[in-house]
Write a new protein. Structure first.
Lengths: 125, 872
C-alpha cells in the first residue's frame, strides 16, 4: 500500500530545488524532488504523491506537456504549475489542461503551501 | 402525427427527472456544492485582484509591469475557473461563456504582450546624416545632435551613432530571454539582490563578443573620425536610448558614459554603455516610472572629445514657478561631467532672454582655473561667452519648439560645442504645487462624527445623506446626494452617476460597488461602523482617504484638491493598464432581473464574474426544483412541532453516528447550523391554528382546490404534503407547503462573508389574488425591517440577505422559520378590518421577544463557558 502524503517538486534549476527543499523541510512537508519530466514520471511510477508542483519552463518536455503525461497516468493527481514569467497564456493553458492552480516565481512560500493544502483538500486527502 | 402529439405533450407536461435515492442525491449535491465553493473562492480571488489592480492604477504610486501581469493573470485564471465551475454546476448550460472568456482573454494578452515597433536600418550612422526622423533608430539624443549639425552657427563635435539595429545584432532574442529570466526572479525590494543581479547581467553582456561585422564597422568609423580630427583622438561614448521621448520623464543620468576612449578601448566602452541599461539605477527608475525593459533600446553615440576649457549646462528657460524671462547657465572649468552628475560645484548665471542678454544674477562657486597653478582666476565665463551661450540656447529652443536642457563646452580656441540638447523636464509645475499632504482626520480642527472603515475609493465630497434600501428609494435619490447603504450591493451601482459619494456600514474595497465607485471616481467609504445612524437629509463631508465623516459642509477639506502628480503619466505601462482595465473592470451587468442579464451581454471580466456568481446561486437554489428524490431518502423529524417535517442529509448535517437506517431523526441529532436556526423560529411559539374564516373565505378554498388540484393536500406527491429539509453542516434548503402556500428557505452559512446568504421565496395561498398579495406585502414589510432585500410582485415574494456574519444570518433564519409557520392561511383574513395591523404588531412583538431570548440565552451560555474556561 502506497502512502499518499507527498509533494513532488519538479524543476530543472538546482538552486530552486534546494531552496524549496529547505522550505518544505522547515514546514515538515513530505516531499521529493525531480529535475526533469522524465525524472518525475519515473518517481510517480515508483511512489504515490498527493500533489505535483512543477515549473512550466524546463528543457526537454516542458511543464505543460509533462502535466499531460502525468494526467494520462493518474488523472486525479493535482498539479500546481510554477511560472517565472507571469503570462496569462501559461496560466490559463495550465488550468485548461487540468492544473489545479498556478504560482508565480519568485515563489511566495505561504501562498504555495495554501494552494497545496487546497489541492489536497479537493482530493479529500 | 404521433410524434407531434408527443412533442406537445412533452412541452406542456415535461417528464419529471427520475427520482434519486438518498445516496444519489447526496452525490449530486456534494458535486454541485464542491463546484459552488470553488466558484465562490475564484470569485473572491478575481474581485480582490481587480480591486488591487484599480488601487494600483488610481493610487498615484508607481507600479511595475510584472505586478500588472501577475494581477491580470490571477484575474484571468480565476474568472476562467468560475466559468468552468458554473458549466459543471449547470450541465454546460452557459457554454457560450467560454467563448466570450476566450475573446476577452486573447485581447488582454495582445495588450500585455504588445511590443514597441522596431525600425531596422544600418548598424552605424554618421552624425551629419541624422535628423529627427532617425529617433527610432539612433535614439532621441543623437538624432537631435544630428539635426543641429545642419543649423548655421551651431557646432557639434564630429561623431557617429551605433544604432538600435546594431544593438539587436549584439544582443539577440536569446540573450534578452536570459536577461529577462534573471530580472524576473529579482525581488524588487531586495536591493542587495538587485545590485547583485544587475552586476551579473552586466558582466554577461560585457563578456559577449561583438559580431564581426559590427566590430569592423566600429573601427572603420573610428578611423574616419581620426582623419577628421587628428590621429589617436579620444572619443566619448554615450547612451542614446530609444523610447525615452516622453517630455514628463527625464531619464537623466541613468546610463554610463565612457570618456577618453581610444582604439584600444572602443569595443569595451561600447559594451559598457549597452550594459548600463541594466544598471540597478536604471532598472529601479524604469520600474518607478512605468517603463518595461523592452520599451527602452540602447544606441551608443560616439563623438570626438572636445578639449574643453569650460563646460556646463544651460536651461534655455529658468524652470522656476513662473516665467521670469531668464536663462539659467551653470558652468565649470574643464569638461561638463561634474555639472551633469552634480558632483562638482559650478558657477551659476541667470541671464536675460532678450538682447543684450544681461547677467541679472551670478554666483561664482568655482570660477575659472589657472591651468598652471590650479588656482581660481575669476568667473568661469566671460560676458561674450555668456552671450554666445544665450544666443545658441535660444536658437535651439526655437528650432525644437520648446525650452531646452543643453550640455556644452568651449574649447581652448573659444569655439562653443553642443554636446546634447533635450527638452527641459518640467520644474515645479502648477500641478505639483497643488500637491499637499492629506491631513488625517484627527489633525482637523473639528473631530469627525464617524471614523473608520476602509477607503474603497479616494476623494472628498460633501452633500446630504440619502439612505437607499429599496428600489423605491433608489428612484427618489436626488442628484448630488451622498448615498448611504447598509451594504454596498452591486444593485445600487446605477446610482453612482447621481451620487457625490458613497458610504456603507458593510462591505470592503474588493466589492463590485467599490470597483464601480473607483471607475466613476466617486469617493467611497465602506465598512464604516454606525454609518446607518446618519440621518437622512443631514449635510456631511466625506473624506474617504481619511476614513472620516464630518458634520456639515467643510469648505477647508473640499478646497484641498488633493491632486497628485501621476508619476506614471504617459508611460507605456500606464498605457497598457489603461487599455487592459477597459476589458476587466467596467460592470455592465448590474441588474439580475434585467432582460440584458445574459451571458451574451458580458463584455468584461467583471461582467463574467457577476454573471457566474448570480447563476451559480440560482443553480444551488434549484436543487429542490431540479432534483426529485425517493421519499425513502428522507427521515421524519421527531420534534415538538406537530406537523410532518422530513430531513434529508446531504453531507454532515446529522450528528456523527446518528441516522443510519432509522426512519426517524431527532432534532438533537441535527447539526446543520442553518436548519437549527430555522427550527428555533418554527418552534418558538406554537401555531394557534387557522384564523377564523368567513363563509366567503371558505368558498375561496373550495374554489382554489377545484382549480388547482396540485395544491390539494390530499394529492400525494413529494413537496406537497410534506415539508422537506435538505441539509448539510452549513447548508439548508427547506421546502414548505403549508396549506395552499409555497415557501422555500435556503441558506448557506460560512465564516467567509461573501459565501453566506439567506434566501426566502414565498408564493400562493388559498384566498383570492388581492388577499394573497396583501399577505405577501405584510411579510415583505416585516422582512425589510430585518435587513432583507425585497422583490415583490403581487403575491410572489423574494427576500434575500447575504454577506453578513453567521450570528446575524442565524437570526434572520429564525425570523423566516417563525413567519413560515405563523403566516399559514393568514391570507384568508387579510380583508378583515385591522387584520394587517393586528398581525404585524403580533409578529413583530413575538419576533423581538424570540430574538431577545436567543441573544440572552446565548450570552448566558457564553458567560458559563467563560466561567468554565477562564482566560489566562
Amino acid at each position: 500500500m502506497k502512502d499518499k502524503k507527498k509533494i513532488l517538486l519538479v524543476d530543472d534549476e538546482a538552486d530552486f530545488r534546494e531552496i524549496m527543499a529547505k522550505f518544505f523541510s522547515r514546514r515538515r512537508v513530505d516531499f521529493k524532488l525531480a529535475a526533469s519530466c522524465m525524472d518525475a514520471l519515473d518517481q510517480l511510477a515508483q511512489d504515490a504523491f498527493d500533489v505535483v508542483v512543477m515549473d512550466v519552463t524546463m528543457p526537454g518536455l516542458d511543464g505543460l506537456k509533462c502535466m499531460a503525461e502525468i494526467k494520462k497516468v493518474d488523472p486525479h493527481l493535482e498539479v500546481i504549475i510554477l511560472t517565472g514569467h507571469a503570462s496569462p497564456h501559461a496560466g490559463i493553458a495550465g488550468i485548461k489542461l487540468g492544473a489545479f492552480d498556478y504560482c508565480l516565481k519568485p515563489i511566495d512560500f505561504e501562498e504555495l503551501l495554501e494552494k497545496i493544502m487546497l489541492a489536497r483538500k479537493s482530493l479529500g486527502a | 402525427m404521433l410524434r407531434i402529439f408527443a412533442f406537445i405533450k412533452e412541452s406542456l407536461f415535461p417528464t419529471p427527472p427520475p427520482a434519486l435515492s438518498a445516496e444519489e442525491l447526496r452525490d449530486s449535491f456534494s458535486q454541485k456544492y464542491a463546484h459552488f465553493r470553488s466558484l465562490l473562492t475564484a470569485n473572491n480571488n478575481a474581485l480582490q485582484a481587480m480591486a488591487d489592480l484599480e488601487k494600483i492604477y488610481y493610487g498615484g504610486e508607481s507600479y511595475r509591469m510584472a505586478v500588472i501581469r501577475s494581477k491580470i493573470t490571477t484575474i484571468l485564471v480565476n474568472v476562467y475557473k468560475m466559468v468552468r465551475s458554473l458549466l459543471a454546476m449547470s450541465s454546460g448550460r452557459y457554454g457560450e461563456l467560454e467563448k466570450i472568456f476566450d475573446t476577452i482573454s486573447s485581447s488582454l494578452e495582445q495588450i500585455i504582450e504588445k511590443k514597441p515597433a522596431m525600425q531596422q536600418g544600418p548598424l552605424i550612422l554618421v552624425l551629419q546624416e541624422l535628423s529627427l526622423k532617425h529617433r527610432a533608430l539612433a535614439g532621441a539624443k543623437m538624432a537631435n545632435l544630428g539635426e543641429l549639425t545642419r543649423l548655421p552657427g551651431v557646432m557639434v563635435p564630429p561623431g557617429f551613432v551605433v544604432t538600435a539595429t546594431a544593438t539587436r545584432s549584439f544582443l539577440t532574442t536569446e540573450h534578452f530571454a536570459e536577461i529577462n529570466r534573471r530580472l524576473q526572479v529579482l525581488e524588487p525590494d531586495d536591493l542587495d539582490a538587485l545590485y547583485k543581479g544587475c552586476q551579473g547581467i552586466q558582466a554577461m553582456i560585457k563578456g559577449l563578443p561583438l559580431p564581426a561585422d559590427l566590430e569592423e564597422l566600429l573601427f572603420v568609423h573610428y578611423n574616419r573620425l581620426e582623419r577628421t580630427a587628428f590621429p589617436g583622438c579620444r572619443v566619448s561614448m554615450r547612451s542614446s536610448a530609444l523610447g525615452e521621448d516622453s517630455g514628463t520623464v527625464s531619464f537623466a543620468g541613468l546610463y554610463n558614459s565612457v570618456l577618453n576612449v581610444d582604439r584600444t578601448t572602443i569595443v569595451d566602452a561600447y559594451k559598457e554603455v549597452i550594459a548600463s541599461k541594466y544598471g540597478a539605477r536604471a532598472i529601479a527608475y524604469r520600474r518607478q516610472r512605468g517603463y518595461r525593459h523592452e520599451d527602452i533600446e540602447m544606441c551608443v553615440g560616439c563623438m570626438v572629445m572636445v578639449d574643453a576649457l569650460v563646460s556646463g549646462v544651460t536651461y534655455s528657460r529658468d524652470p522656476g514657478p513662473e516665467d521670469n524671462g531668464l536663462l539659467r547657465i551653470n558652468a565649470t572649468a574643464g569638461i561638463a561631467r561634474g555639472v551633469v552628475d552634480g558632483s562638482q560645484a559650478a558657477d551659476l548665471y541667470l541671464v536675460g532672454r532678450d538682447k543684450p542678454y544681461p547677467v541679472v544674477y551670478s554666483e561664482i562657486r568655482q570660477g575659472a582655473v589657472n591651468q598652471a597653478t590650479g588656482k581660481p582666476t575669476g568667473p568661469s565665463l566671460t560676458y561674450n561667452q555668456l552671450r554666445k551661450i544665450a544666443e545658441t540656447a535660444l536658437l535651439l529652443e526655437e528650432h525644437f519648439g520648446e525650452p531646452q536642457d543643453i550640455e556644452w563646452s568651449f574649447d581652448h580656441q573659444g569655439v562653443l560645442y553642443i554636446l546634447q540638447s533635450r527638452p527641459l523636464a518640467g520644474g515645479h509645475s502648477a500641478e505639483e504645487s497643488a500637491v499637499k499632504p492629506v491631513d488625517t482626520a484627527g489633525e482637523s480642527s473639528e473631530q469627525p462624527i464617524l471614523f473608520g472603515g476602509v477607503c474603497a475609493s479616494d476623494g472628498i465630497a460633501s452633500g446630504q445623506v440619502f439612505r437607499v434600501d429599496s428600489p423605491e428609494a433608489m428612484r427618489r435619490f436626488p442628484k448630488g446626494a451622498i448615498l448611504l447603504l447598509d451594504h454596498p450591493l452591486p444593485e445600487w451601482a446605477p446610482l453612482l452617476n447621481r451620487a457625490s459619494a458613497v458610504i456603507a456600514e458593510g462591505g470592503t474595497e474588493a466589492g463590485h460597488l467599490a470597483t464601480v465607485s473607483r471607475e466613476f471616481g466617486i469617493p467611497a467609504l465602506f465598512g464604516l461602523p454606525e454609518a446607518m445612524t446618519l440621518e437622512d437629509g443631514r449635510i456631511i463631508t466625506l473624506h474617504a482617504k481619511g476614513r472620516a465623516v464630518f458634520d456639515g459642509r467643510r469648505e477647508d477639506l473640499l478646497r484641498r484638491k488633493n491632486v497628485k502628480r501621476d508619476i506614471m503619466a504617459g508611460s507605456p505601462v500606464q498605457r497598457i493598464l489603461t487599455e487592459a482595465l477597459q476589458l476587466i473592470t467596467p460592470l455592465n451587468l448590474n441588474d439580475p432581473t434585467s432582460p440584458r442579464f445574459k451571458s451574451s451581454w458580458c463584455e468584461t471580466l467583471h461582467d463574467i464574474t457577476r454573471f457566474c456568481h448570480e447563476k451559480s446561486v440560482t443553480e444551488m437554489f434549484s436543487i429542490g426544483q431540479t432534483h426529485r428524490f425517493d421519499q425513502s431518502a428522507a427521515k421524519r423529524l421527531i420534534g415538538d412541532v406537530p406537523l410532518e417535517w422530513w430531513v434529508i442529509d446531504l453531507a454532515n448535517g446529522f450528528r456523527e453516528g446518528a441516522g443510519g437506517d432509522a426512519k426517524t431523526i431527532r432534532i438533537d441529532d441535527i447539526v446543520s447550523v442553518p436548519m437549527l436556526a430555522i427550527w428555533r423560529g418554527i418552534s418558538a411559539y406554537p401555531w394557534q391554528g387557522p384564523p377564523p374564516v368567513s363563509v366567503r373565505g371558505f368558498g375561496s378554498i373550495i374554489f382554489q382546490s377545484t382549480m388547482r388540484p396540485e395544491l390539494d393536500p390530499s394529492v400525494p406527491s413529494a413537496l406537497t404534503t410534506k415539508n422537506y429539509f435538505l441539509v448539510s453542516k452549513s447548508f439548508c434548503n427547506l421546502s414548505v407547503r403549508l396549506g395552499y402556500h409555497y415557501a422555500m428557505i435556503e441558506s448557506y452559512l460560512s465564516d467567509l462573508l461573501t459565501e453566506s446568504y439567506v434566501t426566502f421565496r414565498f408564493k400562493g395561498g388559498a384566498a383570492d389574488q388581492q388577499r394573497k398579495a396583501v399577505r405577501a406585502r405584510l411579510l415583505a414589510d416585516i422582512l425589510q425591517r430585518y435587513d432583507f432585500r425585497i422583490e415583490l410582485r403581487s403575491d410572489s415574494l423574494l427576500a434575500r440577505v447575504k454577506k453578513r456574519s453567521v450570528p446575524f444570518l442565524e437570526q434572520r433564519l429564525q425570523v423566516l422559520g417563525y413567519l413560515t409557520l405563523h403566516a399559514r392561511q393568514l391570507d384568508m383574513v387579510m380583508d378583515q378590518p385591522g387584520a394587517v395591523e393586528r398581525y404585524r404588531e403580533k409578529f413583530l412583538r413575538e419576533i423581538e421577544e424570540m430574538l431577545g431570548k436567543t441573544v440572552s440565552t446565548r450570552r448566558e451560555a457564553d458567560d458559563e463557558g467563560q466561567k468554565e474556561n477562564p482566560v489566562g
